[in-house]
Design a protein. Structure first.
Length: 493
């Protein structure tokens, strides 16, 4: 237990416990004397059965059996679960699922933030372990499949090693002894299942991405003249709406025409729903769905034709009714929001301004899962190919570029994301340092840029050491109220 005390001190006191805990765990793995420290032993500690005494003024005291993590303060429980989500690839997903499910069994007695963190952990790990299996009809194989987390590395499975060779130089285990032991492994006959499963999973992901790439191409395909005529009629009706009831009725007609005539993007391009006022747009968004759509299909088309065009030209704060409709829609359709709203907005030809930054910040904070936001940031900063996979109508492509334009507001957006405790990968952090260094001359007197640097250094300090010199150089080119504070924090790394 004593070996874990530094880790729990991080969870208790650190302003960014997930990143610091991850680094502490990695450093502990590299210490030869830390034999008791591993991801498995950490989970074993958290799930160790413990009995506690429950006292109440209305009922006699009684004992209750819980797992050890539930004896910790609620804030520490929430931080530990958030860390497990952040570093879930290091842990056995089955064990993480069991831990989250055990926590959620407490029901109403569970603290709100602990419950939320447990739900997020369960959503991520259960989706990765079970969703792909169910869609591939591998239920019968799942029971027999060896857990990938506990499977042997490939070099230990090779058969071309001599029987007399030692498997591991520091252990007296020969290949012959190892093969003999494997004969008693009940999962030994199913070594190829995980490989086949991963290949099938990769093929499905590739197909999904191909669908995203094809969205804009399909817009220019041929439309039936009768369908085109009906779309023109709906366009005229849209501009003359006078009541909410008429808006709901029009939404039903648009949905029916798009589902019946095909080529929904082309039809929406004729109807031009983005020209409606904000109140009408909010009604259309909430009434165009029928509940059984693919994320990259109809839900994305609604966003890119009703909401996106309004936000791309935003120069003043968005209206309350439009923002509320956007947030509620994005909560339900997060992937559609990523490709048909967030990505094209951030790629705005002239860069994002302050009103657009505020809208994106609200979506990130109130509508998207933190893990989803982290993944989105990685795509945005590290994968230029993903920047071309947004969904929009041809009419608005002239407003969207193919690369990020680093404005003050974009750096402000990154600061808002970091303040929301979104965890960035090392690659994303390195790219962000590079962009900050390139932009330091342009924003030398910008307080927004200076505040971003201060937040960046505070939140990501353990990940900045490799490029500390570059970040110091960028900060030295600025002259704001926070320049000295940033340099002071950098010098202490």
């Amino acid at each position: 237990m004593e070996c874990w005390v530094p880790l729990f001190q991080i969870f208790l006191n650190s302003p960014c416990p997930e990143t610091e805990a991850s680094l502490w765990l990695q450093q502990s793995f590299n210490q030869p004397e830390a034999t008791a420290i591993s991801t498995t032993s950490f989970l074993s500690l958290l799930t160790r059965p413990t009995e506690i005494t429950i006292t109440s003024s209305t009922s006699p005291s009684h004992t209750k059996r819980v797992v050890w993590i539930q004896t910790l303060p609620n804030a520490v429980q929430a931080r530990i679960l958030s860390f497990l989500l952040h570093d879930c690839q290091r842990f056995c997903e089955t064990d993480l699922c069991q831990l989250a499910e055990t926590m959620l069994k407490e029901g109403k007695e569970l603290d709100f933030w602990v419950k939320r963190a447990a739900h997020q952990l369960l959503d991520v790990v259960s989706r990765s372990t079970h969703e792909w299996l169910s869609c591939l009809n591998l239920d019968s194989e799942e029971e027999q499949m060896e857990d990938e987390f506990r499977s042997l590395p490939d070099f230990l499975k090779k058969d071309d090693v001599n029987d007399t060779d030692l498997m591991l130089p520091w252990l007296p285990i020969s290949q012959k002894q190892f093969n003999l032991a494997r004969q008693y492994n009940s999962c030994g006959e199913n070594d190829d299942h995980m490989t086949e499963f991963e290949e099938d999973k990769r093929e499905i992901v590739d197909e999904i991405i191909e669908e995203v790439d094809e969205e804009v191409i399909e817009v220019d395909e041929y439309l039936n003249p009768q369908v085109e005529e009906m779309a023109e009629r709906l366009k005229d009706s849209l501009l003359s709406l006078q009541s909410t009831a008429k808006s709901v009725e029009l939404a039903g007609e648009i949905r029916q025409l798009c589902k019946g005539g095909g080529q929904s993007l082309a039809i929406l391009g004729i109807v031009e729903p983005w020209r409606a006022d904000d109140e009408t747009a909010a009604v259309l968004v909430s009434n165009l769905l029928d509940g059984n759509e693919d994320e990259f299909g109809w839900p994305s088309h609604i966003l890119c034709s009703v909401i996106l065009p309004k936000l791309l030209v935003l120069k003043e704060p968005a209206s309350r009714v439009l923002l509320t409709a956007t947030l509620e829609y994005s909560k339900v359709h997060q992937r559609a929001s990523e490709y048909a709203l967030l990505l094209p907005m951030i790629l705005r030809m002239d860069g994002i301004n302050s009103p657009i930054c505020d809208v994106i910040t609200r979506i990130v904070r109130e509508s998207l899962h933190p893990g989803h936001v982290s993944s989105f940031c990685q795509k945005l900063l590290s994968d230029e190919d993903n920047l071309k996979k947004f969904i929009c109508l041809p009419y608005h492509q002239c407003l969207i570029g193919n690369k990020l334009v680093w404005t003050e507001s974009l750096f402000n957006l990154m600061q808002n994301i970091l303040n929301h405790n979104i965890h960035l990968t090392q690659d994303s952090v390195d790219r962000l340092i590079q962009h900050a260094w390139e932009s330091a001359h342009r924003f030398s007197k910008s307080l927004k840029f200076g505040n971003f640097l201060l937040c960046f250094v505070t939140k990501c300090s353990p990940m900045l050491k490799s490029q500390k010199t570059l970040l110091i150089e960028a900060t030295q080119h600025t002259n704001t109220l926070v320049t000295k504070s940033v340099l002071s924090k950098l010098s202490s790394l």
